[in-house]
Write a protein that binds this ligand. Structure first.
Ligand SMILES: C[S@@+](CC[C@H](N)C(=O)[O-])C[C@H]1O[C@@H](n2cnc3c(N)ncnc32)[C@H](O)[C@@H]1O
Length: 638
């Protein structure tokens, strides 16, 4: 089975090859699907190849080719006339070698020959060092066409040909290489197809990544907590931020159709909500590039009525964001506790705005992983009583003496065996699940409790973090290799189906450790005499499945009650300081960098500084620098 995206890519490649007679470049595939990186495209192509949808032709210059499982492709012999420089011209040598080429890579009529390309002067045309080009012999080409030309009598080169006043310009398709000017040339033929091997595709990835980095002149990131303010248009200025340099983005762009900031290039006065959404999405693409993989993007954005019809701009935008590689972790409701009285008589007044918490969706099948420090934003319990005595914790164990005891959070196996009947006696549930006799281990603690009363689950006593998990996997992998036994065979001994394979995998999505009871048996099968992990793997205890309040306080939840910010200097709505404070504390580590791409009066920067974080703001209005300075103190300006 192919994933939806791989099927789409396969369809695209198929149609492309049918239309053009050659495969699309990775860059073209990336652009077409709005994918984040060339390496993502490369992974998709590799999988399609591994699954047999694409293939290489044996014993020839290899190419991406569709694997037409039925019937063999029509191949014809084409003379391979040697190597041609896509950089400096070199001499071409005639020889009698031929290569087999698919018929559909040739023109319907005419004579063809092939040349192997050396150099990188035509990479922007998808012709790489090592590619094979198919040339149709012809004495003339149109202006700008890519052709093989003979110059200086015996030198042959591959370039785009332009007629100039006094001769010809041979233009490379690589901005780093200069054109050649010549008075005379003889056209040998026109490039009609390019055959690229997978090795070249891989090289293409590297070259493109290197070039995109070289072409950009990135700024130096702030070294201390003095905010850096970049004046200019957000989309332009984001380009000068290095890849993966920002930990937390918190911002509020101008809302659509709301306010005139009186400056050209301002966002918010587009002709339609759709145009506005597209702009915010373009910005989000660039924000995704500058955000670290475990970073977070908080976006506060308002809505608008047209003809008494709420446009749902924030939510339409959020859905589009999911399509371009963002995952939505929260729709936070910012309830404005000081909302102005409203004169509206035919609907409810608007007293909230959404704030989305977006994180990056990984390209593979894994779920997003991002920095989130809940403890730093917990809301302290109102009193100690509340902290210590949660409803769950008050559940008591009835002792023989009729004395009631608080249930301990953990019990040893022996203690549990001794007490288990009494614990379960506590259940007074009489609801619709009362006759259910299977413990749904996957259900929430609350659900389990409603059916069974207090519930203890048997768990490994030692917490195994991912480093230790990997260490143990490498340990057993080594023994399995020495023993030369397959996972399938191990599964058979255990009577499992597709379980043991996961014990030897190291990828995060696929690995898991053997259960405590399986560990001794596995050691036996693999002849492991080393007992260093035994305690960690085998020791178990019972853990009360309870919802105990955290001693630092509770999760603030997704409705945030803040009064709107006030500023005498600016005529636009500013953040209440609590808002960036909560977002920065939760999603920006102490050594991280906060970015507000619509800095306005600089609330996010001020709060970041107070929280000892570095920060960058982008703002179109130069005049706001004074307000930002007033609020943040010393700033760097770019
Ligand atoms: C809603 S305000 C941000 C207020 C900010 N959260 C605060 O607390 O002060 C939006 C800001 O975006 C700026 N802006 C508008 N269009 C912009 C653009 N194309 N590039 C950069 N900034 C822009 C406006 O000048 C305005 O200061």
């Amino acid at each position: 089975m192919l994933t939806k995206r791989k099927r789409q890519i396969l369809n695209y490649v198929t149609k492309y090859i049918k239309k053009n007679n050659y495969a699309p470049s990775l860059e073209e595939i990336k652009k077409h699907f709005g994918l984040s990186s060339i390496s993502t495209v490369h992974q998709h192509i590799e999988t399609l190849r591994e699954k047999g949808y694409l293939k290489k032709i044996e014993n020839q210059p290899r190419s991406i080719e569709l694997n037409k499982k039925r019937g063999r492709s029509d191949l014809v012999n084409v003379p391979l006339l040697g190597t041609i420089a896509a950089g400096e011209p070199i001499e071409v040598f005639e020889n009698s070698e031929t290569i087999k080429v698919q018929k559909n890579l040739l023109s319907k009529s005419g004579e063809h020959f092939a040349l192997k390309v050396q150099g990188e002067s035509m990479i922007d045309e998808g012709i790489f060092d090592g590619s094979t080009v198919i040339i149709k012999k012809q004495p003339m080409v149109e202006n700008g066409e890519t052709a093989v030309a003979l110059i200086n009598r015996n030198e042959v080169t591959l370039k785009k040909i332009y007629r100039e006043r006094n001769g010809f310009r041979l233009q490379p398709a690589n901005p780093n290489i200069k054109p050649i000017f010549t008075k005379e040339l003889v056209i040998q033929g026109k490039v009609i197809s390019v055959i690229r091997s997978f090795e070249e595709l891989k090289r293409e990835v590297t070259i493109m990544q290197k070039r995109s980095k070289e072409q950009r002149q990135f700024i130096n990131l702030p070294k201390d907590t003095e905010p850096l303010v970049i004046i200019g248009d957000v989309i332009e200025k984001l380009k000068i931020l290095p890849d993966k340099s920002i930990n937390c983005i918190v911002t509020s762009p101008p809302y659509w159709g709301q306010r005139d900031y009186g400056i050209e290039g301002q966002i918010g006065n587009e002709k339609s909500p759709e145009e506005y959404i597209k702009k915010i999405l373009d910005i989000a693409k660039e924000l995704k590039r500058v955000l670290v993989d475990d970073g977070a993007y908080f976006l506060n954005i308002g809505d608008k009525y047209i003809d008494k019809n709420l446009q749902m701009i924030p939510f339409r935008l959020a859905i589009e964001m999911q399509k371009i590689g963002w995952a939505i972790r929260n729709t936070l409701i910012w309830r404005k506790t000081n909302a102005m009285p409203s004169s509206i008589k035919d609907r409810f007044s608007n007293i909230y705005e959404p704030i989305f918490l977006f994180v990056k969706k990984p390209d593979n099948y894994l779920t997003p992983e991002y920095y989130f420090d809940l403890d730093s934003i917990r809301i302290p319990h109102k009193n100690n009583n509340e902290k210590e005595k949660s409803p769950r914790q008050r559940t008591l164990l009835v002792e023989e003496s009729n004395q009631e005891l608080e249930l301990p959070l953990t019990l040893s196996i022996e203690e549990y065996e001794k007490w288990k009947d009494k614990i379960n006696n506590k259940n007074r549930y009489n609801g619709k699940f009362k006759n259910t006799n299977k413990i749904n281990l996957g259900a929430s603690p609350g659900a389990r409790m409603s059916v069974y009363g207090e519930f203890y689950s048997r768990q490994r006593k030692h917490k195994i973090d991912s480093n230790l998990e990997l260490e143990i996997i490498h340990f057993i992998k080594k023994y399995r290799k020495n023993k030369g036994i397959s996972s399938k065979k191990i599964d058979k001994i255990f009577g499992y189906k597709d379980t043991a394979g996961h014990w030897f995998r190291t990828d995060k999505g696929g690995r898991c450790l053997p259960k405590p009871e399986d560990w001794p048996k596995l050691k036996n099968i693999l002849d492991i005499k080393d007992d260093r992990y035994d305690k960690i793997m085998i020791k178990e205890h019972y853990v009360l499945q309870t919802v105990k309040p955290h001693e630092l306080g509770k999760n603030p939840g997704d409705v945030w009650d803040f009064a709107t910010g006030k500023s005498q200097d600016s005529h636009f709505a500013i953040f209440p300081e609590e808002l960036p404070k909560r977002t920065i504390l939760s999603c920006c580590p102490e050594n991280g960098i906060v970015l507000d791409p619509f800095a306005g009066s600089g609330t996010s920067l001020k709060v970041a500084k107070e929280l000892n974080r570095r920060s960058i703001g982008i703002e179109l209005q130069k005049d706001y620098l004074n307000i930002i300075r007033k609020r943040c103190g010393k700033i760097k300006v770019l």
